[in-house]
Design a protein around this ligand. Structure first.
Ligand code: NAD
Length: 479
């Protein structure tokens, strides 16, 4: 069991002031056992951490790019040395199966530091425009608030570019999954990042998160999380007119055009929805198929979804495409089951799965991977983010109808188009009101911008765009 009774502020591990709100237990999602205990901070600790980050900003922001890049590479290397610890922690606190935890959760988290080092080395920090010198500068002190689903990678998507930009950071990780953040902090301490540049204050969202959003000495708050929390953070940040970066939820559409091959589409359609047990913001949770070929596509999807099995995240199960762990928490499992029941109540037809407790998994927060057919665009399971392994299959009449349904939610995070004709797929992709679209299962690109339209957010993370979120722009007029 991992116990951390300290916060990390100004380069030191320190006890929460006045004891803080008390420690939180970290639960293994598959065994329901306590695997860690972590100290939580309060508003007072946030004040101290922000003061440390403010004091460190002047020097860190003026630190040459090559020196900052070296620190990033050192962090990446030190994290790589702890690769299996990262994967193992995330198998426990999130419930990601071993192969997925290694390849995706740990793999993305250790690899991205090199990306940001290289982005700042190749970035145009200044530009001459007539008699003006236009310079890009770090925005200042950043409050970073992160979720539990890809807990370390989503921290890296903020802390990496913020540090690269020359900002200093106070991080509040998700309360369900703080162990990976502690591991990262140990690494940051080990590589000797200057004191105050990075600070860690775990704690309740409504207290520590709120304090970061409201703090007058924080220049930007960057949240990855749910829509309601995003709205609250925006309101809390408004009085101090700080920049607010939001990466929020989705209900993304996978549009299968009528020339696509059902067998070629089925595996990706199921995997991209059930990924990380459906706890993926960009999961393609609405599958739009042509009414003219409905049965063919349904048959292929049912065959594929029936191969998916629930597994113990700690077991050696190499088939990443067909192995699902539990939900992160009991509450999340209940939320997902309630949505499945709601789908049934509203008239959708369960083809695979259902709301019952899966047999043989009485312990752990498991739910049955579920596929619904007969879903109409107005149903709850076609509109709301479920954040579990639930695929809603809808039919459409023609391409215009498909685009209308795809764009018919409050979200706009991700999407996909499947077609035998890539140019036709591109035309549909360009009409989708969403931050990214994958054509025919094209691979994820960690250098490409990632973020949402509409209520899915207002920012872009990753690569050069991720860096720019943390920059200000100044014009210096030359005589
Ligand atoms: P959440 O909104 O409940 O919590 C996110 C973070 O905000 C946590 O650290 C939480 O403690 C904190 N928080 C809660 N209340 C707060 C408040 N009042 N002020 C400040 N901070 C507060 O989300 P979650 O359940 O951890 O994560 C799941 C959600 O995150 C889903 O909606 C998912 O789609 C979204 N998400 C989006 C992306 C993306 O890149 N767009 C990536 C992953 C997850």
């Amino acid at each position: 069991m991992k116990v951390c009774d300290k916060l990390y502020i100004d380069g030191q591990w320190v006890a929460p002031l006045d004891g803080g709100p008390g420690p939180i237990d970290v639960i293994d999602s598959s065994t329901e056992e306590v695997i860690g205990r972590v100290a939580q901070g309060s508003v007072k600790d946030v004040d101290v951490a922000v003061a440390a980050a403010r004091a460190a900003f002047e020097t860190w922001s003026q630190t040459p790019v090559d020196v900052r890049a070296k620190y990033l590479r050192d962090i990446g290397a030190a994290l790589t040395a702890r690769f299996s610890d990262i994967a193992s922690v995330i198998q426990g606190e999130v419930g990601s199966p071993k192969a997925f935890a290694e390849m995706v959760q740990a793999g993305l988290s250790v690899g991205d530091w090199e990306n940001y080092a290289s982005v700042i080395e190749n970035f145009e920090w200044e530009e001459q425009l007539g008699n003006s010198l236009v310079v890009r500068e770090p925005i200042g002190v950043v409050g970073a608030i992160t979720p539990w689903n890809y807990p370390l990678y989503l921290i890296v998507c903020k802390v990496g570019p913020a540090l690269a930009a020359g900002c200093t950071v106070v991080l509040k990780p998700a309360s369900l999954t703080p162990l990976n953040a502690i591991l990262l902090t140990e690494v940051i301490d080990e590589v000797g990042l200057p004191a105050g540049v990075f600070n860690l204050v775990p704690g309740p969202g409504g207290e520590v998160g709120e304090a970061l959003a409201k703090h007058p000495d924080i220049d930007m708050v960057s949240l990855t999380g749910s829509g309601p929390v995003g709205a609250q953070v925006s309101k809390d940040a408004a009085d101090t007119v700080k920049r607010v970066g939001l990466e929020l939820g989705g209900k993304s559409a996978n549009v299968v055009l009528d020339d696509a091959d059902p067998q070629a589409v089925a595996m990706g359609a199921v995997f991209s929805c059930f990924l990380n047990s459906g706890q993926t913001c960009s999961a393609l949770t609405r599958l739009l198929i042509p009414r003219s070929r409905e049965q063919e596509f349904l048959d292929a999807i049912v065959e594929e979804a029936s191969k998916v099995k629930l597994v113990d995240p700690h077991a050696d199960e190499p088939d990443i495409f067909h192995s699902l762990g539990p939900m992160v928490s009991r509450q999340q499992a209940e939320t997902v089951r309630n949505y499945i029941q709601k789908g049934i109540d509203e008239g959708a037809k369960v083809l695979v799965g259902g709301p019952e407790q899966p047999e043989g998994f009485e312990k752990g927060y498991y739910v049955k991977p579920t596929v619904f057919a007969g879903v109409t665009p107005d149903m709850t399971i076609a509109q709301e983010e479920i954040f579990g392994p639930v695929l809603s299959v809808l039919t459409y009449e023609d391409d215009d109808d498909a685009v209308r349904i795809a764009n018919g939610t409050v979200f706009g995070l991700s999407g996909a188009v499947q077609s035998a004709d890539v140019e036709r797929a591109k035309r549909v992709a360009l009409r989708m009101r969403t931050g990214q679209v994958d054509i025919n299962g094209a691979p994820f690109n960690t250098q490409a911008p990632f973020g949402g339209y509409k209520q899915s957010g207002n920012t872009r993370e990753r690569g050069r765009w991720g860096l720019e979120e943390f920059l200000e722009t100044k014009s210096i007029q030359l005589p």
